[in-house]
Ligand binder design. Structure first.
Ligand SMILES: [Zn+2]
Length: 236
């Protein structure tokens, strides 16, 4: 009895060790895939409890549009600045190819969704029809920025990641059409292209500001879903 107990205990111990070793081996064997995805997940996955139904619907729609993005966790920076229900948008779908994006930080999902629609149906199509080349990339001056509307004490939509500043459009043939250079100084087709896509942005965004609005917008289009002040659409 005394001599058998330790030996059977040792046998059980060995069995457990073997089972654990087997599980560890299995985990190690399939480690490559889950481990890789887990690395990206914690930073990009939203906390499930914090995601509203509205946000879920927006994210689903953005996915269906063919956009590539990562949902971002809600962040509050203080001083009236936050990014809630925001995504990091890395590419949107064009008619024939994916459209790259440059310099865009966190953007509220509804703004990202409107932008994706404009990029494809407004900009990519206009580029082909008016300039004879598909769009390849949109260069922005960013979205989130904790600041006021210039000359006011009012927080800008940028302080919520709810506006995007767009600076230039790179075509598949290598041409780069920039608001700063081509709004006034481009060829007739380039100037017309910029005016047409500025107008088409007004169908999707309630506030669209460009070089004709003021000097602060001489080098970009400001795109914002919300209407400024009065609530009426503002397209300048
Ligand atoms: Zn802006």
């Amino acid at each position: 009895m005394i001599s058998r107990t330790p030996s059977s205990g040792a046998a059980i111990g060995r069995t457990r060790t073997l089972v654990l070793a087997g599980i560890a081996g299995l985990l190690a064997a399939c480690g490559a895939v889950p481990e890789g995805s887990q690395h990206g997940a914690p930073q990009s996955a939203p906390r499930p409890a914090a995601v509203s139904r509205e946000a879920q619907i927006c994210l689903a729609g953005l996915g269906e549009s063919g956009s590539r993005f990562s949902p971002l966790p809600d962040r509050y920076y203080g001083a009236g600045c936050s990014t809630v229900g925001a995504v990091q948008l890395s590419a949107v779908r064009g008619d024939r190819a994916e459209l790259g994006l440059a310099n865009l930080g966190p953007v509220e999902c509804p703004t990202a969704a409107a932008f994706a629609g404009w990029a494809r149906y407004g900009v990519d199509r206009a580029a082909r029809q008016m300039l004879g080349s598909p769009l390849m990339r949109i260069e922005t001056m960013g979205s989130y920025s904790c600041r006021d509307v210039a000359g006011t004490g009012r927080r800008s939509a940028h302080a919520r990641g709810a506006a995007i500043d767009v600076a230039a459009f790179v075509l598949a043939d290598g041409r780069r059409i920039a608001v700063a250079q081509h709004w006034a100084g481009g060829s007739e087709a380039e100037r017309e292209f910029l005016r047409v896509i500025h107008q088409s942005a007004c169908k999707r965004f309630a506030t669209v500001l460009g070089p004709d609005y003021n000097a602060a917008h001489r080098d970009h289009f400001h795109l914002e879903l919300a209407a400024e002040g009065s609530g009426a659409a503002f397209c300048r």
